[in-house]
Design a protein around this ligand. Structure first.
Ligand SMILES: Cc1cc2nc3c(=O)[nH]c(=O)nc-3n(C[C@H](O)[C@H](O)[C@H](O)COP(=O)(O)O)c2cc1C
Length: 188
């Protein structure tokens, strides 16, 4: 068992206005075995350097995709990143593009909606696990191990009333959980 080399790819277009992702990122970005990047800072023009991103993936074992839920999906730069970086011959098809084989994928997600909205018959009709299936299957196709995601619900801007809104102290508890998960994670 050994400590993994961890790459955290944060996708947040307005990190200075963020509560959830800013607090979560603050607790893990300086861990010893972590390479931390906010892709919106790297690529404000959306011109992704695929070769550079691929090399970072090759150099790490656990890849964390941290982002807010936008329209039941990821922010647009992350979609662009997936389209550009997970190239044929690099990430797929199985047996040919095998550079991500055996690496681990962890999604760390914040949502505005409360937990009980994400169920059959609830406000959002589907569970988070159903809505994350395209990412899970992307990991599968690339031969990556999909880990149970870390989800922080009810993250709204401060001062919004009439909806459940998690406090900064509650977010900090999730941030501690995130940090100890990464700290204790081992690979074979
Ligand atoms: C463009 C946009 C789309 C959003 N779509 C969703 C959504 O589909 N489901 C949801 O629960 N929250 C949605 N939200 C709320 C965000 O997920 C929430 O504000 C974010 O996770 C809070 O994290 P932060 O404090 O790091 O910004 C959306 C917010 C924006 C700006």
């Amino acid at each position: 068992m050994q400590k993994p080399r961890i790459l955290i790819n944060l996708f947040h277009p307005h990190i200075h206005e963020s509560r959830g992702n800013r607090i979560l990122a603050g607790s893990v970005r300086d861990l010893q075995n972590v390479t931390f990047r906010n892709l919106y800072t790297e690529y404000p023009d959306f011109k992704i350097n695929a070769k550079n991103e691929q090399q970072l993936l090759v150099d790490h074992d656990l890849i964390v995709f941290q982002h807010p839920f936008y329209w039941y999906n990821c922010p647009s730069l992350m979609k662009e990143w997936l389209d550009r970086v997970l190239e044929q011959g690099f990430a797929y098809p199985p047996g040919v593009g095998d550079k991500l084989n055996g690496k681990h994928w962890l999604t760390v997600l914040t949502t505005g909606g409360p937990e009980d909205a994400y169920r059959s018959g609830g406000f959002n009709n589907y569970t988070i696990s159903e809505l994350l299936r395209p990412f899970q299957q992307t990991a599968n196709l690339c031969g990556m191990k999909w880990l149970p995601p870390l989800i922080v619900h009810s993250v709204l801007p401060e001062g919004i009333e009439g909806f459940k809104n998690i406090t900064n102290d509650e977010i900090r508890k999730y941030a501690e959980e995130y940090k100890s998960f990464l700290d204790q994670y081992t690979i074979e």
